[in-house]
Design a protein around this ligand. Structure first.
Ligand code: GLP
Length: 264
């Protein structure tokens, strides 16, 4: 695991963009796993800027989004489809037919739909680079506390905390979806590389539990400790509760001499 601590949100976004852009240039046919939420917005802005400047091409890329609210159509302003379209896809050149976002309008036969989503990821060759944010309760995607660490794409009931964190986006709590379709923790762990971004003091407790706490289904991000190539890019505020900050800086210094594979 690499823990990269940056001064602020802007630096987190720039560092993440540097890694994602490098991965796209190294493998133009890359399969990206993408996340919603406010955290990756800066990353998307940076990638859009690189694309506009002519130095980043997504024409051969494929993408799979982590999750979608159940009950929201792609045109609903709070749907993750709408978010991704507004904040990223309408401004870059990922081919439409290679953009995958779980369908929030499903009604019934969820298992076969979710199995199909997993199959599409496999058929595309698996996710090369998965971008994640983290919820205040340590969730990734919508893998709420107690999600099986082996879980796959499925229907998931949202926790009270997640509903409270997101209800202000909706006119009333009754309009806020209570379930979502999300990739599972097992799905995320199958990605070749994982990048988790976090910013702000409100994420400090979840980040500390994910990085330094025991692996537990109560904090789904802690399962990332089982992954061989995971990088946390977090700002000072999100790093606030970590106890080993000096060590993480030392490891990063050493990556200038040794390859990260030897040190993580
Ligand atoms: C939602 C999403 C997660 C995201 C989290 C944090 O629950 N399903 O993928 O990481 O929110 O969002 P934010 O980045 O806005 O804090």
């Amino acid at each position: 695991m690499l823990v990269v601590i940056k001064k602020d949100y802007e630096e987190v976004s720039r560092e993440a963009a540097h890694i994602v852009a490098g991965a796209v240039r190294a493998k133009p046919t890359i399969v990206l796993g993408l996340a919603t939420g406010s955290t990756p917005l800066g990353l998307y802005q940076e990638l859009i800027a690189l694309h506009r400047a002519g130095s980043l091409d997504f024409s051969l890329a494929t993408s799979f989004n982590l999750d979608e609210y159940l009950g929201l159509s792609p045109s609903h302003p709070q749907s993750f489809h709408y978010f991704m379209d507004q904040q990223f896809f309408s401004q870059v050149n990922v081919p439409r037919e290679r953009i995958h976002i779980p369908d929030g309008t499903l009604s019934g036969d969820y298992d076969s739909y979710c199995g199909g989503y997993e199959q599409s990821i496999k058929s595309a060759g698996g996710i090369d680079l998965q971008v994640l944010g983290i919820g205040r309760n340590g969730h990734v995607g919508f893998n709420e506390p107690t999600s099986s660490l082996a879980s796959r794409t499925r229907l998931k009931a949202l926790s009270r905390e997640t509903i409270e964190d997101n209800r202000h986006f909706f006119a009333s709590e009754s309009e806020m979806p209570k379930c979502a379709i999300t990739m599972g923790i097992g799905t995320i762990l199958d990605s070749r590389r994982v990048l988790l971004l976090a910013s702000g003091r409100s994420k400090a407790a979840a980040v500390a539990k994910a990085i330094e706490g025991p692996i537990t289904s109560s904090v789904s991000a802690s399962a990332l400790q089982l992954h061989v190539d995971v990088t946390f890019i977090i700002d000072e505020e999100a790093a606030y509760s970590l106890t080993q900050r000096d060590y993480y800086r030392h490891v990063l210094e050493m990556t200038k001499i040794f390859t990260p594979e030897r040190l993580t």
